[in-house]
Design a protein around this ligand. Structure first.
Ligand code: AVI
Length: 322
């Protein structure tokens, strides 16, 4: 069992990205990747356990029930790379199924060192699995994994949890097309996608009774205050979750309760907010079968199999690079 982390060279874009997003003419926005500092990652773990948020449990049920069937459809030998591995609870089912017929290199690719450390703790006991984590942006890490494999080894990329849904607009399709370029024909992608469902099931999933999702969202302002010396008054911004019928996406916003000025000291700049104006912090796209068909086709994959949870409309999709 080998466990090792290859660390990223650090060049933070945080201040630049925050100022660009708040300085947008029209809708202010902040990149959702910044929701995941240590506190945000911990809050996200709690969200996954909330009764209103069925997505994570649905995917866990699929992988628990069908891991062997999924693994049986893969070419061998296979190296596994996972984008945004989280804690690895779901991945365990697949790795255990794989370990029954081969020794496996498993490469989680993740920007959060906290998540990588948790993952190592979660998965270290599985026999015949060697973990080498990459603290990298997804595609940079995947390129390194692809370059390391030896002749004859296939690649299985795991992109679970419907993280693909957090890419805005056409960015999800563009990302998958770039991912495809790193693969060889015959390599596979296991893609988790949350499916379209009634809005009255979606709204509570993103605006739960305990206020955990609200805290997850507002923590972004706490982070900007702490890391960039800003003076966001938390009591004057409220969490908002809305369904955008045009884009089929749940959106999280932070809504200013009053007209106000916020200063970001470290960037030497201020931003004005009208009463009721929002900062758009995340989109979470919900997929139709038609949308998935088009996404696979346009990004260069053939759809091989799909598993859908019976309780919460969530799909695990096995796609093959063409
Ligand atoms: C990580 N991602 C798939 C979650 C989602 O459902 O879009 C993030 C999240 N945001 C609010 N609740 C959960």
């Amino acid at each position: 069992m080998e466990t090792q982390i290859i660390s990223a060279p650090r060049a933070s874009q945080f201040a630049l990205d925050i100022c660009a997003g708040l300085g947008e003419p029209g809708q202010k926005e902040l990149p959702s990747k910044y929701l995941y500092d240590a506190v945000g990652s911990a809050l996200f773990e709690v969200i996954c356990a909330l009764p209103e948020y069925g997505l994570t449990r649905a995917e866990e049920r699929i992988l628990q029930l069908h891991a062997s069937e999924i693994v049986d459809q893969l070419p061998r030998p296979v190296v596994v790379a996972e984008l945004g591995s989280g804690t690895g609870r779901k991945t365990r089912f697949l790795l255990e199924a794989l370990s029954r017929w081969q020794s496996t290199w498993y490469h989680p690719i993740e920007l959060s060192p906290t998540a990588l450390a948790l993952l190592r703790r979660e998965l270290h006991d599985i026999h015949c699995i060697s973990i080498v984590g990459f603290e990298r942006e997804y595609l940079d890490g995947l390129r390194e994994v692809a370059a390391r494999r030896v002749k004859g080894e296939h690649l299985l990329v795991l992109f679970l949890g419907s993280t693909i849904g957090n890419f805005d607009g056409s960015a999800g399709g563009e990302f998958l097309a770039r991912l495809r370029q790193i693969l060889r024909p015959g390599d596979s992608l296991l893609l988790g996608t949350d499916m379209l469902k009634p809005v009255d099931a979606l709204i509570p999933a993103y605006d739960d009774a305990l206020g955990v999702t609200a805290a997850f969202n507002r923590n972004l302002l706490v982070r900007i205050n702490r890391e960039l010396g800003a003076d966001f008054d938390l009591t004057q911004f409220e969490h908002q979750a809305i369904f955008n019928h045009r884009t089929h996406s749940m959106e999280m916003h932070l809504r200013s309760r009053i007209a106000q000025q916020v200063t970001i000291a470290d960037a030497g700049t201020s931003f004005h907010f009208e009463k009721g104006e929002t900062i758009w912090t995340e989109s979470s796209h919900k997929y139709s079968q038609e949308g998935l068909r088009e996404l696979a086709r346009s990004s260069g994959f053939r759809r091989q199999s799909q598993w859908i949870d019976a309780e919460w409309a969530f799909a695990e999709n096995l796609w093959i690079a063409e």
